[in-house]
Design a protein around this ligand. Structure first.
Ligand code: NOJ
Length: 865
């Protein structure tokens, strides 16, 4: 394993490109940034929380503070992550629970559409409402931190296993998705967690692997980091997110959870993030080094699941007592955790956790792994409220109509529907038949991995279609076996048939392999020979309507333009109401307006980048060089002039719209001033004793739970154990990076917030520079919603030809017009300047475009400054 200090201390240089891979592995380094920034009492939005946290943390003992920072160990308590309690103060252990689409491992909860699906709605309000509903359900189960939303992976690779957990292969749309979801979740008192920070773009090698020493390194230059991958996370900080999760992978050969440049430098200094950073589960690789690099909480607490050991816990207690870790750093961790807790309006006394992640039994062991503490652990509380209506609405409004010819849709009491494909029906195993949805069976409504929730029920397309057709006297027959060609052929060759073919493509998290896909997809074809099924059906039936459920784009090249394929819909991962929502769209109850949140290329190679499936650096950490810079997805297609099949932002409606009259008005934002000044000195809250006897396990009323991670010292052995440490006897200054323990006032980042500003960055980055308006007219005969999108060309040779910078989903009556209005901030118009470490509006001529997709930019105007 690479030692923490090597990567933490590594000298500065950006990701390289045209060198042999072994040299590149050595040259992509992450520059050090120390000390770890402490909280700012004046940060806007955090002031009250700071005061409450200070009052609370000042009363804590050293052991109690350590207990806040360190998880109790995998399966030691009820939630997927839980930190130690502080009974003396009445605080029960905080409960951290997946997932970004519902409460994982719980009963009587809702299964929401995925993040990527709601991104396709291009509807801020739906994103917010979905976040809020998920927050309510977590709250009602006793969860304190919801482990989502996700913007890492962003979607560099269409095959990326977890893209569906996040939003879009575009930073601006992802930023909106992240911010709205955070606001929704946190409106309920639950702390949201922006994850996985950062450039965790593939599942293969995220934690190393059998034949490699270390996790994959995503080698990314500073400009690409700021303009692309960091962007949505900035929006999360700006939205007031309470926590971040650092990722498994390395970034420029330094692990995500001890990368001082990314945690201390970018997140806490430049963005002024005031909440806490937790590790992904077992993504921590060092003790004091990760603490000084900016990690605030270790999850699930043990080094490897259930090994009973921890980098923190007792080791942290000792590190503070012996002076290796400055007290202020531990105080700051506790402050950040408690400030996030208070910021959401929480009181110290929390309702009990009423579910257990590890069993659905009513009675069972409170400490599951140790099988101790038998009692009631599941209360089976139904927390779903009426969320099914929202779920149905979100899924319908997120369904993208990609093709519609010969008036195939909406359906109008068809005479005969033939429903074809396994994806239309139920799984013989049941909707939750495979743990963490780790199989692809029946209709696909969720990917696999930790980003899941158990379905309370799953309405299949066939079920909902049956209900609808029965009411209307339509004949409906189905063949759910993708390979039963004889019976399918017999059905779809009959007179008056409309064939509805349901197909899918699945992916998930790398700890589960499904059909040879280790999280990431091995290809972009449909599963279950879906492409062949469509070709077979459409070779016979001249009204073949295709519905795709998938975790990203598939290659539709061989069949999409067949005249017999009359309509194509992408329904994403719709969640529990799948069937009813697709029926709403097929029959026109919901007039589609959603837009594809990624590009559909004609072939896999068109995306220009790919997953690293095989070690490419011998036994060393695989090296993934992001040499394409900011050109991913549609930016790459545009830059290389490659024609996609369906471009980013594309989606049809049952009505038509006309765009006219673009106007641009510049506003008088002043000249940009880099932030100046200094922080305060590092504050300390309270005192601690250095007598080791004060840190022993309690002698009374204490029952030891095996494998549990405690903050207490084992007095007799700790000195002996410590002497085994290679750093034993050295002072912090001797083995930690320069400045790692400095406590004096530090300079503020030029691109960062001033002392009394909102977190997110220099406040002038949000100055409105331009206002763009256009007129959109519904030229059809039915009411519809339209998503005008605003793109900018920043004009530089390294800039994408166009990039998304605004959108709105607007409802317009037939024959009526509406105004589309969007503002462009300084941030929207700037590039990251590596030399000055700040945002700069370049001299290049800039243009603004408005249109219904990234390639139908029907209106354009120059930007004047
Ligand atoms: C690992 C996953 O990467 C993360 O997203 C999840 O929150 C944790 N496991 C906890 O289950």
């Amino acid at each position: 394993m690479r030692i923490a200090l090597v990567s933490a201390l590594a000298a500065c240089s950006s990701a390289a490109s045209a060198q042999p891979i072994e040299e590149r592995a050595e040259s992509a380094h992450s520059e050090p940034f120390y000390p770890s920034p402490w909280m700012n009492s004046k940060a806007i939005g955090w002031e009250d929380a700071y005061v409450k946290a200070k009052d609370f943390v000042s009363q804590l003992t050293l052991l109690e503070k350590v207990n806040l920072t360190t998880g109790v160990g995998w399966q030691s308590e009820q939630c997927v992550g839980q930190v130690g309690s502080i009974p003396r103060m009445g605080l029960r252990g905080l409960c951290l629970q997946d997932s970004p689409l519902g409460v994982r491992f719980a009963d009587y909860v809702s299964a929401f559409p995925s993040g990527q699906t709601v991104a396709a709605s291009f509807d801020r309000s739906l994103m917010y409402q979905r976040g809020k509903a998920m927050g309510q359900e977590h709250k009602d189960k006793g969860v304190n931190v919801l482990l989502g939303p996700s913007a890492g992976p962003l979607g560099r690779h269409p095959e990326g296993g977890r893209n569906w957990e996040g939003f879009a292969a575009d930073p601006w749309l992802s930023g909106v998705g992240l911010a709205e979801t955070v606001k929704g979740i946190q409106s309920t008192g639950v702390i949201a967690c922006a994850k996985h920070y950062i450039v965790n773009e593939q599942e293969h090698f995220r934690q190393g692997g059998p034949n490699v020493s270390d996790a994959i390194s995503s080698n990314v230059d500073d400009k690409t980091m700021h303009e692309l991958y960091l962007w949505p996370f900035v929006d999360a900080v700006r939205a007031g997110v309470g926590s971040f999760m650092c990722s498994y992978n390395q970034i420029n050969n330094s692990y995500g959870c001890q990368n001082s440049k990314l945690l201390n430098g970018i997140l806490k200094s430049e963005l002024g993030f005031q909440g806490f950073v937790m590790s992904d589960w077992a993504a921590q690789h060092s003790g004091v080094s990760s603490a000084v690099a900016g990690l605030d909480m270790t999850m699930p607490g043990d080094v490897a699941f259930n090994d009973g050991k921890s980098y923190w816990g007792a080791n942290m207690t000792l590190a503070v007592i012996n002076g290796t870790l400055p007290e202020y750093r531990l105080d700051d961790m506790a402050m950040r955790i408690m400030a996030a807790f208070f910021k959401m309006g929480n009181e110290i006394e929390q309702p009990p956790i009423n579910f257990d992640s590890w069993t659905k039994d009513t009675q069972g062991p409170m400490h599951y792994y140790a099988k101790q503490g038998n009692q009631q652990i599941n209360w089976h509380v139904n927390v779903q409220r009426d969320h099914r209506n929202l779920i149905r609405d979100v899924a319908a409004k997120s369904t993208v109509l990609l093709k519609n010819t010969k008036n195939a849709l909406p359906l109008k009491s068809p005479k005969f529907l033939a429903v074809i494909g396994e994806d239309a029906g139920p799984s013989p195993k049941g909707p939750n038949g495979c743990a963490d949805r780790g199989c692809n069976s029946g209709t696909l409504a969720m990917g696999w991995g930790s980003g899941t929730a158990d379905f309370p029920y799953l309405i299949t397309p066939l079920e909902a279609l049956n209900a609808k057709t029965a009411d209307e006297g339509t004949r409906l027959e189905s063949v759910l076996d993708n390979y039963a060609w004889a019976s399918t052929k017999a059905l779809v060759s009959q007179a008056d048939v409309t064939a509805l073919v349901f197909v899918n493509a699945d992916s998930g998290e790398g700890y589960i392999t499904v059909d040879g896909n280790e999280g990431d997809r091995t290809n972009l074809t449909l599963w279950g020979s879906g492409d062949q099924l469509i070709k077979n059906v459409s070779s016979i039936c001249n009204n073949t309507i295709v519905v795709i459920h998938s975790t990203g784009p598939t290659v539709v090249t061989e069949w999409y333009d067949s005249p017999n394929v009359t309509a194509i819909l992408w329904a994403g991962l719709p969640g529990q109401e799948s069937g009813r929502s697709i029926v709403d769209v097929l029959y026109g109850k919901v007039n589609p307006a959603a837009r594809t949140p990624f590009t559909w290329g004609a072939k896999r190679e068109d995306y220009g980048v790919d997953i690293i499936y095989k070690p490419n650096n011998g036994a060393g950490a695989p090296q993934q060089d992001f040499t394409e810079g900011v050109m991913i997805d549609y930016r790459y297609f545009d830059y290389k002039n490659i024609t996609p099949i369906f471009e980013f932002g594309f989606g049809l409606s049952y009505t038509t719209f006309e765009y006219s009259d673009i106007k641009v008005e510049k506003s008088g934002a002043g000249k940009y001033k880099p932030t100046e000044g200094k922080t305060t000195e590092a504050p300390k809250f309270g005192n601690f004793s250095t007598d080791l006897n004060d840190y022993a396990f309690p002698s009374e009323k204490f029952s030891y739970v095996p494998y549990y991670i405690y903050p207490y010292l084992n007095n007799t052995s700790s000195a002996a154990e410590a002497s085994q440490d290679p750093h034993y006897g050295k002072t912090a200054a001797e083995f930690l990076p320069p400045n790692a323990v400095a406590s004096e006032a530090q300079p503020l980042a030029a691109a960062g917030p001033a002392a009394s500003d909102e977190p997110g960055g220099n406040r002038q980055l949000w100055d409105v520079m331009q206002t763009v308006t256009a007129t959109i007219k519904n030229t059809g005969s039915i009411v519809g919603e339209e998503v005008p999108q605003l793109y900018v060309s920043l004009g530089g040779p390294q800039d994408p030809p166009v990039q998304l910078r605004g959108f709105e989903r607007i409802r317009i009556e037939p024959g009526q017009s509406a105004e589309f209005r969007a503002t462009l901030t300084r941030r929207d118009l700037s590039n990251w300047d590596v030399a000055s470490q700040n945002w700069v509006i370049s001299e290049h001529a800039k243009t603004v475009h408005v249109g219904p997709s990234s390639r139908k930019l029907v209106l354009s105007a120059p930007l004047e400054f």
